[in-house]
Design a protein around this ligand. Structure first.
Ligand code: F0G
Length: 448
């Protein structure tokens, strides 16, 4: 059951197979280059693609467009304080703007940054400061058969091994990404959040949470961590942040907006420093590249994210898609994560070697078979790592219906039936920064 109904609709269409073939060829076998109008069901991302509530739209009318000190800013600051517990907030145009502001303030050439898993823009921002991003995912993340309820956790043994290797002075910041997007949207336990906070304190590093999907993470803690069954989502959400020094937030996820983000912190000195960088890259620190109306929508969305039954329905819909796929024998990463279902391309295409990008081939196949657009988060998106070749089907929030989920599952089943028809891809054109190659590289099918 859903606790909302549609008030506005947007047409979508499934173009013919021939048209999809032509569109994919034109896009250089890279789904980022497809026009949205040629996509039937768009699961490229859950970022900024969701449906806002009537309250959020109403709040937009109230937006105060003052350059400095707007009412909208104060409403956002109140929401961040109430929902997340931070006193200082710097709005930014989106999550990566917050990463630029915070990591540009905190990092220097030669620093090392451990994270349970860096998302691609986070990794790129750390690299951009001359620092080195190191992933420390839980060993359970690598085991598709593991039933560990918190596969998103930070591996503290890996963290301590890193301290041993580079020395604690090289690590000014420890980051925890909740949920862990690069590890199939898996959650991080409260126990792990506390342990990582302690680790950061012991090595005298700042503890930063990448908070994009904090409400989804809180839901999993409530469902899976002993002792939290009767604690409200709002209380769990706040407790998650209680030990963090600062956060980066993409409002396009769990603040339920189409654009926006912010950095927030406890320390006034850090706030003053970060503000200077915000002025340079984002705008005056009370609007940060956003209009007042965008900020108001985010202020309301943050509160909605922790108000039942929003997040429970959200995560259940993702699980529902996972079930529909599993019923059709499509190999999915289990348990399903908070915002997306991840398909295992190497199982669907066992005949395609890793250097011919089975994941990217699966993205293309899903589009050809059913006009469904997903995204590769394996060897193509993360070059030089030995990540499993997963394809992410991210569900926009409050957007698609059960019938759409059925179409997605039927499409994946049909790819599985025709798996031998797909033979892998090679890169023919790529941008200079390899951390960003999956956004614009062009590929073509390998010749027989
Ligand atoms: N951190 C995480 C964990 C993310 O998933 C994202 C964005 C960002 C930071 C950056 O935020 O897009 O607002 O600048 N993830 C999107 C995705 C793009 O598709 O997963 P942003």
């Amino acid at each position: 059951m859903r606790s909302y109904k549609a008030k506005m609709v947007e047409p979508i269409r499934l173009i013919s197979r021939e048209e999809r073939e032509a569109a994919l060829d034109e896009a250089g076998y890279n789904a980022f280059n497809l026009d949205a109008r040629d996509v039937y069901i768009d699961l490229l991302t859950d970022s900024g693609t969701g449906t806002m509530s009537a309250d959020q739209w109403a709040a937009m009318i109230r937006g105060d467009e003052a350059y400095a000190g707007s009412e909208s800013f104060h409403r956002l600051a109140d929401s961040v304080s109430d929902v997340m517990g931070f006193d200082y907030v710097i709005p930014t145009h989106q999550g990566r703007g917050a990463e630029n502001v915070l990591y540009g303030t905190l990092l220097e050439e030669g620093d090392v940054v451990p994270n349970n898993s860096h998302f691609d823009t986070t990794r790129a921002h750390v690299v951009n400061q001359g620092a080195e991003p190191i992933d420390c995912p839980s060993p359970a993340a690598r085991d598709p058969d593991s039933t560990d309820p918190f596969k998103g956790n930070f591996d503290l043994d890996a963290g301590w091994a890193l301290v041993e290797e580079v020395g604690e002075d090289a690590i000014p910041v420890v980051v925890l990404t909740i949920t862990n997007n690069s590890v199939a949207g898996q959650p991080v336990s409260m126990e792990n959040i506390e342990a990582v906070a302690e680790f950061a304190t012991e090595i005298d590093a700042l503890f930063v949470i990448d908070a994009c999907r904090f409400a989804e993470n809180a839901h999993f803690i409530k469902e899976r961590e002993p002792g939290y069954e009767d604690v409200s989502i709002a209380d769990i959400a706040r407790e998650q942040f209680a030990h963090a020094d600062a956060i980066t937030m993409s409002g396009k996820k769990d603040a339920l907006v189409n654009i926006g983000g912010f950095a927030a912190m406890r320390d006034e000195t850090l706030y003053e420093h970060a503000k200077q960088r915000a002025i340079l890259y984002e705008g005056f620190p009370t609007y940060g590249g956003l209009s007042g109306r965008d900020i108001d929508a985010m202020a309301v969305g943050l509160r909605e994210a922790v108000t039942p039954p929003y997040v429970e329905e959200r995560v259940e819909q993702v699980a529902e898609l996972g079930d529909l796929l599993s019923e059709r024998d499509v190999p999915v990463y289990l348990p399903t994560g908070g915002h997306a279902v991840y398909l295992d391309a190497s199982e669907i295409f066992p005949h395609i070697p890793k250097d011919q990008f089975p994941g990217q081939e699966l993205v293309c196949a899903l589009y050809l078979e059913g006009g469904v657009r997903g995204v590769e988060l394996g060897g193509f998106a993360f070059p030089g790592t030995d990540r499993p070749d997963l394809v992410r089907l991210a569900l926009p929030r409050r957007t698609y219906s059960y019938e759409h989920l059925e179409h997605i599952a039927e499409t994946a089943a049909s790819v599985l039936d025709n798996a031998e028809e797909y033979s892998g891809l090679e890169i023919v054109e790529e941008p200079p920064m390899k951390e960003l190659r999956h956004f614009s590289a062009k590929l073509e099918p390998v010749s027989e």
